[in-house]
Design a binder for this molecule. Structure first.
Ligand code: ZN
Length: 103
């Protein structure tokens, strides 16, 4: 890990200018947070830079692949499919649904 960080510093990339940037914890099959991934799509780029630590086998690697949603990568060692967990959008929708119920 650290390759994306180096790249961002070297190229003076600001997180807010990126097409996409996230850093997530990854859970294994037992629901334990044992891995993590960072995804960066530089400004005006369609290539996602991905760093990850596989939650199942702890393999750490860096890869690049075309940026598209839904985004997922495969662990180079054990073949685990790693998807970017949903967050804000899903959380917002859930919050709205809860509010609606309350009224
Ligand atoms: Zn793995």
């Amino acid at each position: 890990m650290g390759k994306i960080q180096d790249y961002a510093i070297k190229n003076k990339i600001l997180a807010k200018e990126c097409v996409y940037h996230t850093w997530r914890d990854l859970k294994n099959k037992n629901g334990q947070t044992t891995g993590k991934m960072r995804v960066l799509v530089p400004p005006k780029s369609t290539t996602a830079m991905v760093e990850y630590m596989c939650p199942e086998c702890k393999h750490e690697s860096y890869t690049e692949q075309e940026w598209k949603r839904p985004f997922s990568i495969k662990c180079a060692k054990c073949g685990l499919k790693i998807t970017v967990p949903k967050m804000k959008d899903a959380a917002k929708k859930e919050a709205k649904a809860d509010n609606a119920k309350g009224k």
